[in-house]
Design a protein around this ligand. Structure first.
Ligand SMILES: NC(=O)c1ccc[n+]([C@@H]2O[C@H](COP(=O)([O-])OP(=O)(O)OC[C@H]3O[C@@H](n4cnc5c(N)ncnc54)[C@H](O)[C@@H]3O)[C@@H](O)[C@H]2O)c1
Length: 377
Protein backbone atom coordinates (compact mmCIF):
# COMPACT_ATOMS: atom_id res chain seq x y z
CA UNK A 1 0.00 0.00 0.00
CA UNK A 2 1.07 3.61 -0.54
CA UNK A 3 1.58 5.99 2.38
CA UNK A 4 -1.40 8.23 3.21
CA UNK A 5 -1.29 11.41 1.14
CA UNK A 6 -1.22 14.70 3.09
CA UNK A 7 -4.16 17.06 2.44
CA UNK A 8 -3.45 19.25 -0.58
CA UNK A 9 -0.71 16.95 -1.88
CA UNK A 10 -0.98 15.04 -5.11
CA UNK A 11 0.29 11.51 -5.48
CA UNK A 12 1.91 10.42 -8.71
CA UNK A 13 1.83 6.81 -9.84
CA UNK A 14 4.01 5.94 -12.82
CA UNK A 15 2.85 3.37 -15.37
CA UNK A 16 6.13 1.91 -16.53
CA UNK A 17 5.96 0.92 -20.19
CA UNK A 18 9.36 1.96 -21.58
CA UNK A 19 8.78 4.62 -24.28
CA UNK A 20 5.04 4.70 -23.54
CA UNK A 21 5.30 5.30 -19.77
CA UNK A 22 3.02 7.89 -18.21
CA UNK A 23 1.99 9.46 -14.92
CA UNK A 24 -1.29 9.23 -13.05
CA UNK A 25 -1.67 12.39 -10.95
CA UNK A 26 -4.06 11.81 -8.06
CA UNK A 27 -5.45 14.40 -5.65
CA UNK A 28 -8.01 17.10 -4.93
CA UNK A 29 -7.59 19.93 -7.41
CA UNK A 30 -5.16 18.12 -9.74
CA UNK A 31 -7.34 19.13 -12.73
CA UNK A 32 -5.79 22.62 -12.49
CA UNK A 33 -2.48 21.06 -13.62
CA UNK A 34 -3.96 19.65 -16.84
CA UNK A 35 -2.83 22.42 -19.17
CA UNK A 36 0.68 22.89 -17.80
CA UNK A 37 1.33 19.16 -17.81
CA UNK A 38 0.11 18.76 -21.39
CA UNK A 39 2.12 21.78 -22.52
CA UNK A 40 5.22 20.22 -20.95
CA UNK A 41 4.60 16.87 -22.66
CA UNK A 42 3.50 18.18 -26.07
CA UNK A 43 4.53 21.82 -26.57
CA UNK A 44 2.28 23.65 -29.03
CA UNK A 45 -0.44 20.97 -29.10
CA UNK A 46 -4.16 21.76 -29.40
CA UNK A 47 -6.72 19.58 -27.66
CA UNK A 48 -10.21 18.28 -28.33
CA UNK A 49 -12.18 17.45 -25.19
CA UNK A 50 -14.52 14.49 -25.58
CA UNK A 51 -17.09 14.34 -22.79
CA UNK A 52 -20.70 13.42 -22.10
CA UNK A 53 -23.49 15.92 -21.56
CA UNK A 54 -23.87 15.18 -17.85
CA UNK A 55 -20.15 15.46 -17.05
CA UNK A 56 -20.00 18.61 -19.20
CA UNK A 57 -22.55 20.33 -16.94
CA UNK A 58 -20.32 19.84 -13.91
CA UNK A 59 -16.73 19.86 -15.12
CA UNK A 60 -16.29 21.10 -18.70
CA UNK A 61 -15.78 24.76 -17.81
CA UNK A 62 -13.00 23.97 -15.29
CA UNK A 63 -11.32 21.69 -17.84
CA UNK A 64 -11.37 24.34 -20.55
CA UNK A 65 -9.99 26.93 -18.16
CA UNK A 66 -7.20 24.53 -17.02
CA UNK A 67 -6.20 24.21 -20.69
CA UNK A 68 -6.58 27.91 -21.51
CA UNK A 69 -4.55 29.03 -18.52
CA UNK A 70 -1.59 27.16 -20.04
CA UNK A 71 -2.27 28.70 -23.47
CA UNK A 72 -3.82 25.57 -25.03
CA UNK A 73 -6.58 25.92 -27.61
CA UNK A 74 -9.38 23.38 -27.27
CA UNK A 75 -12.47 22.15 -29.08
CA UNK A 76 -15.15 19.89 -27.66
CA UNK A 77 -17.14 16.83 -28.70
CA UNK A 78 -20.25 15.98 -26.66
CA UNK A 79 -21.88 12.56 -26.53
CA UNK A 80 -24.99 11.39 -24.66
CA UNK A 81 -24.30 9.92 -21.20
CA UNK A 82 -24.48 6.15 -20.74
CA UNK A 83 -23.26 2.83 -22.10
CA UNK A 84 -25.24 3.40 -25.31
CA UNK A 85 -22.51 5.82 -26.42
CA UNK A 86 -20.04 2.93 -26.72
CA UNK A 87 -21.62 2.16 -30.10
CA UNK A 88 -20.47 2.24 -33.74
CA UNK A 89 -22.81 5.16 -34.45
CA UNK A 90 -21.46 7.42 -31.70
CA UNK A 91 -17.89 6.28 -32.40
CA UNK A 92 -18.26 7.33 -36.04
CA UNK A 93 -19.58 10.72 -35.00
CA UNK A 94 -16.72 11.28 -32.54
CA UNK A 95 -14.11 10.37 -35.20
CA UNK A 96 -15.71 12.72 -37.72
CA UNK A 97 -15.88 15.56 -35.21
CA UNK A 98 -12.21 15.09 -34.31
CA UNK A 99 -11.39 15.36 -38.02
CA UNK A 100 -13.66 18.41 -38.39
CA UNK A 101 -11.80 20.00 -35.47
CA UNK A 102 -8.69 19.65 -37.70
CA UNK A 103 -6.68 17.81 -35.08
CA UNK A 104 -3.24 17.11 -36.45
CA UNK A 105 -0.77 14.41 -35.52
CA UNK A 106 0.84 16.50 -32.77
CA UNK A 107 -2.54 17.38 -31.20
CA UNK A 108 -4.39 15.35 -28.65
CA UNK A 109 -7.71 14.18 -27.30
CA UNK A 110 -8.78 14.77 -23.70
CA UNK A 111 -11.24 12.13 -22.47
CA UNK A 112 -13.24 13.85 -19.71
CA UNK A 113 -15.69 11.42 -18.14
CA UNK A 114 -16.32 7.95 -16.80
CA UNK A 115 -15.33 4.65 -18.34
CA UNK A 116 -17.72 5.11 -21.25
CA UNK A 117 -16.12 8.34 -22.44
CA UNK A 118 -12.62 7.02 -21.69
CA UNK A 119 -13.11 3.84 -23.72
CA UNK A 120 -14.84 5.65 -26.59
CA UNK A 121 -12.51 8.66 -26.85
CA UNK A 122 -9.44 6.46 -26.33
CA UNK A 123 -10.50 4.22 -29.21
CA UNK A 124 -11.18 7.22 -31.43
CA UNK A 125 -7.71 8.55 -30.54
CA UNK A 126 -6.23 5.14 -31.41
CA UNK A 127 -7.55 5.22 -34.97
CA UNK A 128 -8.12 8.83 -36.09
CA UNK A 129 -5.19 9.79 -38.34
CA UNK A 130 -3.79 6.35 -37.46
CA UNK A 131 -3.27 7.35 -33.86
CA UNK A 132 -3.44 10.54 -31.80
CA UNK A 133 -2.17 11.00 -28.26
CA UNK A 134 -4.79 11.27 -25.57
CA UNK A 135 -5.10 12.22 -21.91
CA UNK A 136 -7.54 10.64 -19.52
CA UNK A 137 -9.39 12.86 -17.04
CA UNK A 138 -11.54 10.24 -15.26
CA UNK A 139 -14.60 11.56 -13.43
CA UNK A 140 -16.04 8.40 -11.84
CA UNK A 141 -14.47 6.29 -9.10
CA UNK A 142 -14.48 3.33 -11.49
CA UNK A 143 -12.62 5.31 -14.12
CA UNK A 144 -10.10 6.72 -11.61
CA UNK A 145 -9.12 3.30 -10.26
CA UNK A 146 -9.54 1.15 -13.34
CA UNK A 147 -10.65 2.13 -16.82
CA UNK A 148 -8.44 5.22 -17.32
CA UNK A 149 -5.29 3.21 -16.63
CA UNK A 150 -3.85 0.50 -18.84
CA UNK A 151 -4.80 1.48 -22.38
CA UNK A 152 -7.77 -0.78 -23.09
CA UNK A 153 -10.13 1.18 -25.33
CA UNK A 154 -13.12 0.19 -27.40
CA UNK A 155 -16.83 0.03 -28.09
CA UNK A 156 -19.52 -2.63 -27.82
CA UNK A 157 -20.79 -4.79 -30.68
CA UNK A 158 -24.13 -6.57 -30.91
CA UNK A 159 -22.02 -9.69 -30.21
CA UNK A 160 -20.99 -8.40 -26.81
CA UNK A 161 -19.30 -5.83 -24.66
CA UNK A 162 -15.90 -4.33 -25.51
CA UNK A 163 -15.42 -6.65 -28.48
CA UNK A 164 -14.13 -3.99 -30.89
CA UNK A 165 -11.21 -1.96 -29.65
CA UNK A 166 -7.49 -1.38 -29.37
CA UNK A 167 -4.73 -1.16 -26.83
CA UNK A 168 -3.75 2.51 -26.81
CA UNK A 169 -2.04 3.98 -23.76
CA UNK A 170 -2.78 7.58 -22.70
CA UNK A 171 0.18 9.96 -22.24
CA UNK A 172 -1.17 11.23 -18.92
CA UNK A 173 -3.99 10.55 -16.44
CA UNK A 174 -5.28 13.32 -14.18
CA UNK A 175 -7.44 11.83 -11.42
CA UNK A 176 -8.85 14.84 -9.56
CA UNK A 177 -10.65 13.22 -6.63
CA UNK A 178 -12.83 16.29 -6.03
CA UNK A 179 -14.60 15.63 -9.35
CA UNK A 180 -16.18 12.62 -7.65
CA UNK A 181 -18.10 14.93 -5.28
CA UNK A 182 -20.75 15.48 -7.98
CA UNK A 183 -21.26 11.76 -8.70
CA UNK A 184 -24.67 10.28 -7.89
CA UNK A 185 -24.13 8.00 -4.83
CA UNK A 186 -25.14 4.85 -6.69
CA UNK A 187 -22.51 5.42 -9.38
CA UNK A 188 -19.83 6.18 -6.79
CA UNK A 189 -20.73 2.97 -4.95
CA UNK A 190 -20.57 0.89 -8.13
CA UNK A 191 -17.00 2.08 -8.66
CA UNK A 192 -16.11 0.97 -5.16
CA UNK A 193 -16.45 -2.66 -6.29
CA UNK A 194 -13.35 -2.16 -8.45
CA UNK A 195 -11.43 -0.69 -5.47
CA UNK A 196 -12.26 -3.74 -3.34
CA UNK A 197 -11.20 -5.91 -6.29
CA UNK A 198 -7.53 -4.93 -5.86
CA UNK A 199 -7.57 -6.13 -2.25
CA UNK A 200 -9.23 -9.37 -3.27
CA UNK A 201 -6.77 -10.03 -6.11
CA UNK A 202 -3.44 -9.84 -4.30
CA UNK A 203 -3.41 -7.41 -1.38
CA UNK A 204 -5.06 -8.77 1.77
CA UNK A 205 -3.75 -5.88 3.89
CA UNK A 206 -5.44 -3.36 1.57
CA UNK A 207 -8.70 -5.30 1.95
CA UNK A 208 -8.32 -5.19 5.77
CA UNK A 209 -7.74 -1.44 5.53
CA UNK A 210 -10.82 -1.03 3.30
CA UNK A 211 -12.97 -2.90 5.81
CA UNK A 212 -12.01 -0.28 8.43
CA UNK A 213 -11.86 2.85 6.27
CA UNK A 214 -14.43 2.56 3.47
CA UNK A 215 -16.84 5.18 4.90
CA UNK A 216 -14.14 7.87 4.58
CA UNK A 217 -13.56 6.92 0.94
CA UNK A 218 -17.24 7.66 0.34
CA UNK A 219 -17.28 10.88 2.38
CA UNK A 220 -14.24 12.32 0.61
CA UNK A 221 -11.58 12.32 3.32
CA UNK A 222 -7.92 11.44 2.89
CA UNK A 223 -8.80 7.76 2.66
CA UNK A 224 -10.26 8.46 -0.79
CA UNK A 225 -6.92 9.57 -2.26
CA UNK A 226 -5.15 6.71 -0.52
CA UNK A 227 -7.56 4.11 -1.90
CA UNK A 228 -7.33 5.54 -5.42
CA UNK A 229 -3.53 5.75 -5.34
CA UNK A 230 -3.22 2.20 -3.99
CA UNK A 231 -5.61 0.90 -6.65
CA UNK A 232 -3.76 2.72 -9.44
CA UNK A 233 -0.45 1.40 -8.17
CA UNK A 234 -1.81 -2.15 -8.22
CA UNK A 235 -3.17 -1.77 -11.72
CA UNK A 236 -0.03 -0.01 -13.00
CA UNK A 237 2.16 -2.83 -11.69
CA UNK A 238 0.09 -5.52 -13.38
CA UNK A 239 -0.15 -3.57 -16.66
CA UNK A 240 3.61 -2.94 -16.68
CA UNK A 241 4.23 -6.69 -16.38
CA UNK A 242 1.55 -7.81 -18.84
CA UNK A 243 0.29 -4.97 -21.02
CA UNK A 244 -1.50 -7.15 -23.59
CA UNK A 245 -3.15 -9.58 -21.17
CA UNK A 246 -1.23 -12.68 -22.16
CA UNK A 247 -1.15 -13.76 -18.52
CA UNK A 248 -1.36 -12.00 -15.20
CA UNK A 249 -3.50 -9.04 -16.36
CA UNK A 250 -6.43 -11.45 -16.56
CA UNK A 251 -6.53 -11.30 -12.73
CA UNK A 252 -8.12 -7.87 -13.14
CA UNK A 253 -11.13 -9.74 -14.54
CA UNK A 254 -12.00 -11.13 -11.09
CA UNK A 255 -15.80 -11.31 -11.00
CA UNK A 256 -16.10 -10.22 -14.64
CA UNK A 257 -17.21 -13.43 -16.36
CA UNK A 258 -20.12 -13.87 -13.95
CA UNK A 259 -20.62 -10.10 -13.89
CA UNK A 260 -20.68 -9.54 -17.66
CA UNK A 261 -23.25 -12.34 -18.04
CA UNK A 262 -25.53 -10.67 -15.49
CA UNK A 263 -24.97 -7.25 -17.06
CA UNK A 264 -25.92 -8.62 -20.48
CA UNK A 265 -28.91 -10.47 -19.00
CA UNK A 266 -30.11 -7.19 -17.49
CA UNK A 267 -29.73 -5.54 -20.90
CA UNK A 268 -26.77 -3.27 -19.97
CA UNK A 269 -29.30 -0.99 -18.33
CA UNK A 270 -29.81 0.95 -15.11
CA UNK A 271 -31.15 -2.28 -13.63
CA UNK A 272 -27.56 -3.30 -12.99
CA UNK A 273 -24.55 -0.99 -13.29
CA UNK A 274 -21.20 -2.46 -14.34
CA UNK A 275 -19.68 -2.15 -10.85
CA UNK A 276 -22.78 -3.68 -9.25
CA UNK A 277 -22.48 -6.64 -11.62
CA UNK A 278 -18.82 -6.98 -10.64
CA UNK A 279 -19.73 -6.93 -6.93
CA UNK A 280 -22.12 -9.85 -7.48
CA UNK A 281 -19.58 -11.49 -9.81
CA UNK A 282 -16.77 -11.31 -7.24
CA UNK A 283 -19.04 -12.74 -4.55
CA UNK A 284 -19.96 -15.56 -6.94
CA UNK A 285 -16.28 -16.16 -7.81
CA UNK A 286 -15.48 -16.55 -4.10
CA UNK A 287 -18.57 -18.71 -3.53
CA UNK A 288 -17.60 -20.93 -6.46
CA UNK A 289 -14.04 -21.18 -5.10
CA UNK A 290 -15.47 -22.43 -1.80
CA UNK A 291 -17.66 -24.94 -3.64
CA UNK A 292 -14.59 -26.33 -5.43
CA UNK A 293 -12.80 -26.67 -2.09
CA UNK A 294 -10.24 -24.01 -3.02
CA UNK A 295 -11.10 -21.32 -0.46
CA UNK A 296 -12.38 -21.46 3.14
CA UNK A 297 -16.05 -20.46 3.50
CA UNK A 298 -15.37 -17.65 6.04
CA UNK A 299 -13.28 -15.82 3.41
CA UNK A 300 -16.21 -15.77 0.98
CA UNK A 301 -18.50 -14.59 3.80
CA UNK A 302 -16.12 -11.71 4.51
CA UNK A 303 -16.22 -10.62 0.86
CA UNK A 304 -20.03 -10.71 0.83
CA UNK A 305 -20.29 -8.85 4.14
CA UNK A 306 -17.89 -6.08 3.13
CA UNK A 307 -19.42 -5.41 -0.29
CA UNK A 308 -22.88 -5.57 1.28
CA UNK A 309 -21.87 -3.13 4.05
CA UNK A 310 -20.76 -0.67 1.36
CA UNK A 311 -24.26 -0.95 -0.14
CA UNK A 312 -23.40 -3.12 -3.13
CA UNK A 313 -25.51 -6.07 -4.28
CA UNK A 314 -23.92 -9.49 -3.68
CA UNK A 315 -26.63 -11.89 -4.80
CA UNK A 316 -28.29 -12.60 -8.14
CA UNK A 317 -31.64 -12.14 -6.39
CA UNK A 318 -30.82 -8.44 -5.88
CA UNK A 319 -30.99 -7.77 -9.63
CA UNK A 320 -34.43 -6.21 -10.10
CA UNK A 321 -36.76 -7.73 -12.67
CA UNK A 322 -36.74 -11.06 -14.46
CA UNK A 323 -33.50 -12.78 -15.44
CA UNK A 324 -33.05 -15.61 -17.94
CA UNK A 325 -32.49 -19.19 -16.79
CA UNK A 326 -29.23 -20.98 -16.22
CA UNK A 327 -28.75 -22.02 -19.87
CA UNK A 328 -28.86 -18.46 -21.11
CA UNK A 329 -26.58 -17.26 -18.31
CA UNK A 330 -24.03 -19.95 -19.17
CA UNK A 331 -24.34 -19.01 -22.82
CA UNK A 332 -23.61 -15.40 -21.93
CA UNK A 333 -20.62 -16.47 -19.84
CA UNK A 334 -19.34 -18.47 -22.80
CA UNK A 335 -19.65 -15.41 -25.07
CA UNK A 336 -17.28 -13.57 -22.79
CA UNK A 337 -13.73 -13.46 -24.14
CA UNK A 338 -12.45 -15.82 -21.46
CA UNK A 339 -13.44 -19.11 -23.12
CA UNK A 340 -11.23 -21.68 -24.82
CA UNK A 341 -12.56 -24.81 -26.54
CA UNK A 342 -15.70 -24.94 -24.44
CA UNK A 343 -13.83 -24.71 -21.13
CA UNK A 344 -14.18 -21.57 -19.07
CA UNK A 345 -11.31 -19.53 -17.75
CA UNK A 346 -12.37 -18.01 -14.45
CA UNK A 347 -10.52 -15.97 -11.88
CA UNK A 348 -10.89 -17.88 -8.62
CA UNK A 349 -9.38 -17.44 -5.17
CA UNK A 350 -7.69 -19.42 -2.42
CA UNK A 351 -8.66 -16.59 -0.07
CA UNK A 352 -8.71 -12.81 0.17
CA UNK A 353 -5.66 -11.47 -1.67
CA UNK A 354 -4.96 -14.86 -3.21
CA UNK A 355 -6.71 -14.87 -6.59
CA UNK A 356 -5.46 -16.94 -9.50
CA UNK A 357 -6.31 -17.79 -13.10
CA UNK A 358 -8.21 -21.07 -13.36
CA UNK A 359 -8.07 -21.92 -17.08
CA UNK A 360 -9.91 -25.21 -17.36
CA UNK A 361 -13.24 -25.00 -15.58
CA UNK A 362 -15.96 -27.48 -16.47
CA UNK A 363 -19.11 -25.54 -17.45
CA UNK A 364 -21.20 -28.26 -15.76
CA UNK A 365 -19.69 -27.33 -12.39
CA UNK A 366 -20.62 -23.72 -13.05
CA UNK A 367 -24.12 -24.77 -14.10
CA UNK A 368 -24.74 -26.66 -10.85
CA UNK A 369 -23.48 -23.67 -8.85
CA UNK A 370 -25.64 -21.19 -10.76
CA UNK A 371 -28.73 -23.38 -10.36
CA UNK A 372 -28.24 -23.10 -6.58
CA UNK A 373 -27.66 -19.34 -6.76
CA UNK A 374 -30.72 -18.77 -8.94
CA UNK A 375 -32.80 -20.77 -6.45
CA UNK A 376 -31.84 -18.20 -3.78
CA UNK A 377 -34.08 -15.71 -5.54
N1 LIG B 1 -10.92 0.22 -20.34
C1 LIG B 1 -10.94 -0.47 -19.23
O1 LIG B 1 -9.92 -1.01 -18.79
C2 LIG B 1 -12.24 -0.59 -18.44
C3 LIG B 1 -12.22 -1.11 -17.15
C4 LIG B 1 -13.42 -1.14 -16.43
C5 LIG B 1 -14.59 -0.67 -16.99
N2 LIG B 1 -14.57 -0.17 -18.27
C6 LIG B 1 -15.79 0.36 -18.89
O2 LIG B 1 -16.21 1.50 -18.14
C7 LIG B 1 -17.62 1.70 -18.38
C8 LIG B 1 -18.30 2.07 -17.10
O3 LIG B 1 -17.73 3.28 -16.64
P1 LIG B 1 -18.45 4.20 -15.55
O4 LIG B 1 -18.98 3.34 -14.47
O5 LIG B 1 -17.49 5.26 -15.22
O6 LIG B 1 -19.76 4.71 -16.32
P2 LIG B 1 -20.09 6.03 -17.20
O7 LIG B 1 -18.92 6.52 -17.92
O8 LIG B 1 -21.30 5.68 -17.98
O9 LIG B 1 -20.49 7.06 -16.08
C9 LIG B 1 -21.64 6.81 -15.30
C10 LIG B 1 -22.59 8.01 -15.27
O10 LIG B 1 -22.02 8.98 -14.41
C11 LIG B 1 -22.05 10.26 -15.03
N3 LIG B 1 -20.88 10.95 -14.50
C12 LIG B 1 -19.59 10.67 -14.73
N4 LIG B 1 -18.80 11.44 -13.99
C13 LIG B 1 -19.60 12.26 -13.28
C14 LIG B 1 -19.37 13.27 -12.30
N5 LIG B 1 -18.14 13.55 -11.87
N6 LIG B 1 -20.44 13.92 -11.79
C15 LIG B 1 -21.70 13.58 -12.17
N7 LIG B 1 -21.98 12.62 -13.07
C16 LIG B 1 -20.95 11.96 -13.61
C17 LIG B 1 -21.99 9.97 -16.51
O11 LIG B 1 -22.55 11.01 -17.24
C18 LIG B 1 -22.82 8.69 -16.60
O12 LIG B 1 -24.17 9.02 -16.69
C19 LIG B 1 -18.13 0.41 -18.99
O13 LIG B 1 -18.39 0.63 -20.36
C20 LIG B 1 -16.97 -0.57 -18.83
O14 LIG B 1 -16.92 -1.52 -19.86
C21 LIG B 1 -13.42 -0.12 -18.99
Amino acid sequence: MTALIRPGDHATVRVDLAGRSYDIVIGRGSLAELGTRIAALRPGASAAIVTDEQVAQHHLAATISALESAGLRSGRVLVPPGEGSKSYAVFERVCDQLLEARLERNDLVVALGGGVVGDLAGFAAAVVRRGLDYVQVPTTLLAQVDSSVGGKTGVNSRHGKNLVGAFHQPILVIADTSLLDTLPPRIFRAGYAEVAKYGLINDASFFNWLEANWPEIFSGGRAREHAIATSCQAKAAIVARDERETGERALLNLGHTFGHALEAAAGFSDRLLHGEAIAIGMTLAFGFSVRLGLAPAPEADRVRRHLGAAGLPTQISQVPGALPGVDRLLDLMAQDKKVKRGRLTLILARGIGASFIAPDIDPNEVRAFLVEKLAER
